[in-house]
Design a protein around this ligand. Structure first.
Ligand code: PRP
Ligand code: URA
Length: 209
């Protein structure tokens, strides 16, 4: 079964609590989401392989460690995943960015795919799939299947708020994919929204409420 990492840090939890508040407007919501994405990046990229190179400081020659030439890709699930890209990309500016477009059918809550554009060499990259909300797990599970259809074998999924129901679905369908979240919430309501959650992430980011 894939590992679930709940990144429990005061800075992240504090910022997430502000995001949960319905009085928080789109500008602050977007800024906080990107800040949390950057903070979570420290954990998501914690085990990137390093290599030793020789450099010269102003004082002497020395060996120094740098990230080994592992290629990275960040893939947001549209729309809301877009809100996490800048924060992550500021940590790894060389990462390429792919996009998978999906929306949940309002009746069935099942994901409907409408767009997919990935880097040509995505199969050679460590891919971080991002979406703030893991609710029923349908969108994340389908996006992971899509990435695997494109040959990706080294994938992590990063979200902000996860519901136990969605974690179970992803773990069952994609036991090889590690999941990173900032909070594991309680349950889904009758409309498949996360409780307590933060509402509709896409609407809050883009002001389409
Ligand atoms: C939200 C969210 C996820 C999905 C999660 O997107 O950003 O993609 O729902 O729900 P699930 O785990 O039950 O699939 P939404 O469908 O609202 O589209 P949007 O980002 O374009 O608003
Ligand atoms: N999508 C959201 O944006 N929020 C939820 O709580 C569930 C799905």
């Amino acid at each position: 079964m894939s590992e679930l990492h709940v990144i429990d840090h005061p800075l992240i939890t504090h910022k997430l609590s502000i995001m949960r508040n319905k009085k928080t407007g789109s500008k602050d919501f977007r800024e906080l989401l990107n800040e949390i994405a950057m903070l979570m990046g420290y954990e998501v990229f914690r085990d990137l392989p390093m290599e030793e190179i020789t450099i010269e400081t102003p004082i002497c020659k020395t060996k120094a460690k740098v990230i080994a030439g592992r290629k990275l890709a960040i893939v947001p699930i549209l729309r809301a995943g877009l809100g996490m890209v800048d924060g992550l990309q500021s940590l790894v500016p060389v990462a390429k960015v792919g996009h998978i477009g999906m929306y949940r059918d309002p009746e069935t809550h099942k994901p409907v795919e409408y767009y997919c554009k990935l880097p040509a060499d995505v199969q050679d990259r460590l891919v971080v799939l991002v979406d703030p909300m893991l609710a029923t797990g349908g969108s994340a599970a389908d996006a992971l299947t899509k990435l695997k259809e494109h040959g990706c074998r080294n994938i992590r999924f990063m979200c902000l708020v996860a519901a136990p129901e969605g974690v179970k679905v992803v773990q069952e369908q994609h036991p090889d994919v590690e999941i990173f979240c900032a909070a594991l919430d309680d349950h889904l309501n009758e409309n498949a929204y996360i409780v307590p959650g933060l509402g509709d992430a896409g609407d809050r980011i883009f002001g389409t409420l």
